[in-house]
Design a protein around this ligand. Sequence first.
Ligand SMILES: [Zn+2]
Length: 89
Amino acid sequence: MGKHPRIIAVHIMISKELLDILRCPLDPTRSARLDQEADGLVCQRCRLKYPIKEGLPCMLVEEAILPPGTSSLQALPCQQTSLGEGVQR
Ligand SMILES: [Zn+2]
């Protein structure tokens, strides 16, 4: 023990408090929480990844990275929770 074979190239600390209040901006009900990964914050529901830039999460849908196999935001579960009110930006 004591050795860590896995090295994360960029080490970013997002506080628990911040993760607690952040929600996926795509989710109109603001209930989808985010998980921290090595290079960004990933929505627990739609798996959209918000990149971390200069230590701060970039919570813009336009900057987010689509999960593999997803071609558009419209296909994401968070987007689909909107009740036909139209897409808000
Ligand atoms: Zn989401």
